[in-house]
Design a protein around this ligand. Sequence first.
Ligand SMILES: Cc1cc2nc3c(=O)[nH]c(=O)nc-3n(C[C@H](O)[C@H](O)[C@H](O)COP(=O)(O)O)c2cc1C
Length: 176
Amino acid sequence: MSQSRILVIYAHRQPQASRVNKAMVQAAASLPNVTVHDLMSRYPDYRIDVEAEQRLLREHDVIVLQFPFYWYSTPAILKEWQDAVLAYGFAYGSNGDKLRGKKLLVATTTGGPGEAYQAGGYNQYTLSELLRPLQATANLAGMAYQPVFSTSGVIGMDDAALDKVATAYHQRLAAL
Ligand SMILES: Cc1cc2nc3c(=O)[nH]c(=O)nc-3n(C[C@H](O)[C@H](O)[C@H](O)COP(=O)(O)O)c2cc1C
């Protein structure tokens, strides 16, 4: 079987200031079957080219949404991308089958530690619970939602830990 074509939709408010996601993106880009698409660098004015984005989605088998967790959700540019690109007739509704059968992987990093993301922890909810809107979106579009790739407690992470995250991400993408 030929390798799956993987599209990493990368959303960061300030890509140049990123540490963890930057390392992950570099690891992803070293795989020959991965295309990294940095939304903020491409659309600093948030004016998304819907046709170009839909074309990219059609050309890939696996869609990865990679982002730092902001306010228990995605960065604004990724929400704008969802609202503009996942349109009626494309992602859902009549003839809206263009994403059907593709895999969707969410890859995210959180400042909060892992133990905060549970009932009784200071964030009260698990990451799986907080990411339900993306899971429901995958469901509506007929995509196969993959177990999330998440790294918690990333603030001040040392270089060795950063390397481990990048390697684990590389391995996870290679196995898709
Ligand atoms: C606007 C903003 C909102 C954030 N909201 C959250 C949050 O809801 N939960 C959390 O655990 N961390 C939150 N953080 C921390 C980021 O997730 C963290 O800085 C990021 O994952 C680090 O990745 P980077 O090195 O690629 O920037 C927030 C950070 C910013 C700037």
